[in-house]
Design a protein around this ligand. Structure first.
Ligand SMILES: [Zn+2]
Length: 289
């Protein structure tokens, strides 16, 4: 019998979500060599398929300020009076339009306690025409009552030989296939971002005005992409620094990421990082370029 509640665990960008998509297209394909990639079901993956739904943490706001702490709230999973959205449980109960519904909870480690508890029953006994896939870093990252109701599938880093053309992408070394796939689909943007990161580091040894301008350009590019990817790029660009200076720059980057994930505006965080790195470079007598 097919396991209907699955828990995909592993580091981020190791293909967990990609495989969830693949599995859903496999289950719904109309041809024998599934997923064929060209039937009426396959063609609608991943964004336009009526039987595939991904729930992910939403931004939460308080006091009008954009918070970067993300969580999956109860209303995303079960119906509550006064809300007219379509929660996952409700969606799963409806018959599939093709063959099989697949509901994915991405970053299940961000489920609030009440959301997790409200979803237990669905996870234990999903309708026969549905599968539920939870994605998390490890089984320990989610409530034991959730993990114990799922079949665990483990993901690890992979051989990245097929992605040599993306060198020097930092995720090549880390074997994070998801990030590499994204970068390949969006190679021009990636190269552009790489260029801006390089200019930013060069600017650190130039006039303050030039430096802040490079920082602003980078920050705008940052907004159009995944934050973590560009922070990784910056980390990689700084790897050539002398060891002591690199360690200090690494600390500054860690503080920067912490500020971003807390509440600070991206502009403010980037400016602070720029000033801090400039001052580190100056006291070490280091000149980039
Ligand atoms: Zn197909």
């Amino acid at each position: 019998m097919r396991a209907r509640s699955l828990l995909f665990v592993g580091p981020s960008s190791t293909g967990r979500r990609l495989i969830a998509e693949w599995y859903a297209s496999y289950l719904n394909c109309e041809n024998r060599d599934a997923p064929c990639g060209h039937c009426s079901s396959c063609q609608r993956f991943p964004s336009d398929h009526p039987d595939f739904l991904v729930i992910a943490p939403g931004e939460t706001t308080s006091g009008g300020r954009l918070k970067r702490k993300r969580e999956i709230r109860i209303g995303q999973l079960v119906s509550r009076t006064g809300e007219d959205n379509q929660p996952l449980s409700h969606w799963l109960e409806q018959r599939p339009l093709f063959k099989h519904k697949v509901g994915v909870i991405d970053q299940a480690e961000t489920l609030t306690l009440s959301a997790a508890n409200a979803f237990l029953k669905m996870l234990e006994e999903p309708p026969s025409y549905t599968s539920i896939i939870l994605i998390a870093p490890s089984p320990q990252a989610i409530l034991p009552t959730l993990a114990s109701r799922c079949t665990v599938v483990r993901f690890g880093t992979v051989d990245t030989d097929l992605y040599r053309d993306l060198a020097p992408h930092p995720d090549l070394r880390l074997g994070r296939i998801g990030k590499l796939e994204t970068a390949r689909q969006d190679l021009d943007n990636f190269r552009e971002l790489q260029h801006q990161v390089h200019d930013f580091v060069l600017g650190l040894s130039k006039d303050l005005a030039i430096s802040l301008e490079a920082a602003e350009t980078l920050q705008k590019a940052w907004d159009n992409t995944e934050e973590s990817r560009s922070a990784d790029l910056l980390r990689d660009e700084l790897r050539g620094l002398p060891a002591v200076l690199y360690a200090q720059a690494e600390d500054a980057l860690a503080r920067f990421e912490e500020a971003l994930s807390a509440y600070v505006s991206a502009e403010l965080a980037v400016s602070a990082l720029t000033l801090e790195l400039r001052s580190l470079f100056r006291s070490a007598g280091y000149k980039a370029g």
